[in-house]
Unconditional design. Sequence first.
Length: 197
Amino acid sequence: MEDLDRALDAVGPRLRTLRQQRKTTLAELSATTGISVSTLSRLESGARRPTLEQLLPLARAHGVTLDELVDAPATGDPRIHMRPVAANGMTMVPLTRRAGGIQAFKIVIPPDGRRREPDPRTHEGYEWLYVLNGRLRVVLGDHDLILMPGEAAEFDTHVPHWFGSADDHPVEFLSLFGKQGERAHMRVRPKGKQKAD
């Protein structure tokens, strides 16, 4: 029982840290979760212990698992239980679980038998793609590209863009996305420079 008390006492500071990392106000979090501002404030200060009905929407809003929110002890099971999300005709599997910063997804787009017209969109951020299987059609501004397995692309998401399967087969790719415009950087030694002995 002592361990349970200690875990519940630690939830408040963790909730405050997660909210501050996301630069979210109590009012914004209240609108997202349906929990009143005063209750959220009391939870964060430790004046009130959270219930399961409060923890579930808070974990969802902060993009963490319930185990992470309550700092549950490790079970020794190394498997990651990813939950696919279906949206806009594609399946996205989140590969990262921390709030803020660069997010990683595996995306699967089914074959497009109808050859629908691209509908390019824009939004905040910067994206990096890497094709695993299939052929990915990428419409990026004035460019209409086909990326093959092993090929990558990166771009500012303020440029109108759209993705789809390039043929009658599904396409799978990895996407790294940063809402604040974070770029994926690779550090390599310049050609011709050798490591000093």
